[in-house]
Design a protein around this ligand. Structure first.
Ligand code: PGA
Length: 256
């Protein structure tokens, strides 16, 4: 049991139109009105941010973006900036998600620029790392994660551990129904905390929340969240349904 406050994120990916998002947010508002012991953040598609901010404004549920550009503004068709997300009411942004890395070809150096920009704009990055199946099978998990952490956070200055969230999301566990076992996840989380200690300081690393992501469901959340270095979850599929997302948050409250 750590002193870090759990943080549960919902990554809606490219699901839910604004009207569907509003319906889900209204259901979440009712279910999560009393949640105080854990931090909750919902990351909808960019077009759903404004309605969600409005619907959830009297709750403790924060809103996050799923991606952003590293420039302040400019001729970047299809992109959103950190200041746009901030001005719309976001307090978090997911960066370096495996789908951004592997479907859209984002490089560590892009992610590094985004992390720096998010921090300077007052957004808390949810910085994602994780190995692919063949990398794990070849015993390269630590090497991959080490490179992603070192390159993604190169030159990043941090004064408060609450300003950064890291998500360990093994690619083979995302959307597959096959979650990492609590032991597999804990081993990598512990290693990431060591890396964060080298990058920042042990004191800061001890305070940074590291979420696990990859097929988190109500049925496996409690076991994963009870691990010493697992400080929350980044939930994809199960966050789309208010019932199952709430059940995961309740598990985190119990473990806290
Ligand atoms: P999943 O996705 O929970 O559907 O596996 C997790 C994520 O991609 O953040």
């Amino acid at each position: 049991m750590s002193t870090r406050r759990s943080i549960i994120g919902g990554n809606w990916k490219m699901f839910k139109t604004p009207s569907e998002a509003a319906t889900t947010a209204k259901a979440l508002k009712v279910k999560l009105i009393n949640v105080e012991a854990v931090d909750v953040v919902v990351c909808p598609p960019a077009i759903d941010v404004l309605p969600l901010v409005e619907i959830l404004k009297e709750t403790n549920v924060a809103i996050g973006g799923q991606n952003m550009h590293w420039e302040d503004e400019g001729a970047f068709t299809g992109e959103v900036s950190a200041t746009m997300l901030r001005d719309a009411g976001c307090s978090y942004v997911i960066l370096g998600h495996s789908e951004r890395r592997h479907v859209f070809g984002e490089q560590d150096s892009d992610i590094n620029k985004k992390v720096k920009k998010a921090l300077s704009a007052g957004l808390t990055p949810i910085f994602c790392v994780g190995e692919k199946l063949d990398e794990r099978e070849h015993g390269r998990t630590r090497e991959v994660v080490k490179k992603q952490v070192a390159a993604g956070l190169a030159g990043v200055q941090l004064s408060d551990p609450a300003d950064l969230v890291v998500a360990y999301e093994p690619v083979w566990a995302i959307g597959t129904g096959v979650n990492a076992t609590p032991e597999q996840a804990e081993e990598v989380h512990q290693y990431i905390r060591e890396l964060l200690g080298e990058q920042f300081s042990k004191g800061l690393a001890d305070g940074i929340r590291i979420q696990y992501g990859g097929s988190v469901k109500p049925a496996n959340a409690a076991e994963l969240l009870s691990q010493e270095n697992i400080d929350g979850a980044l939930v994809g599929g199960a966050s789309l349904d208010p019932e199952s997302f709430t059940a995961i948050i309740k598990s985190a409250e119990k473990v806290n």
